[in-house]
Design a protein around this ligand. Structure first.
Ligand code: SF4
Ligand code: SF4
Length: 123
């Protein structure tokens, strides 16, 4: 009986640790996304020409996963079509920083780099 109770307790502790780990991961992703959003705007202000050059090396296409549109907070203009592909409600006049994503090999939300359809030469 005591053994069963202790097994149940271990299971509960394990579940609790897993939950905490999951929450910590989410916080990590959220904070790093906020940081990148601030950094890329600041970088753009002082490196416009370099960014234009870098964008010419960008390959691939947007896969319309929509994940960069809710990397931190979900954008109010983000929608999905019946196939699950993202739709930008303001596509024709979307913010410049959206059009530029990702503007170089460092301009990725770290958790989205491997799944984004855009790639750079050396990747
Ligand atoms: S993460 Fe990449 S592929 Fe997905 S919507 Fe953003 S730019 Fe497109
Ligand atoms: S404005 Fe459009 S492209 Fe930019 S984050 Fe929102 S939904 Fe995405």
């Amino acid at each position: 009986m005591t053994e069963l109770i202790s097994k149940l307790e271990i299971k509960k502790i394990h579940q609790f640790v897993q939950k905490m780990h999951h929450i910590a991961q989410k916080i990590d992703i959220f904070c790093s996304a906020i940081m990148l959003q601030a950094q890329r705007r600041a970088y753009y202000i002082f490196n416009k020409r370099e960014i234009q050059t870098s964008l010419k090396k960008r390959q691939g296409n947007c896969l319309r996963c929509g994940r960069c549109c809710h990397a931190s907070f979900r954008c109010n203009y983000l929608e999905y079509d019946e196939n699950g592909l993202s739709l930008c409600k303001v596509y024709d006049r979307k913010p410049l920083m959206c059009s530029l994503y990702p503007y170089n090999e460092n301009d990725y939300f770290f958790h989205l780099k491997s799944t984004c359809g855009y790639k750079y030469d050396d990747e």
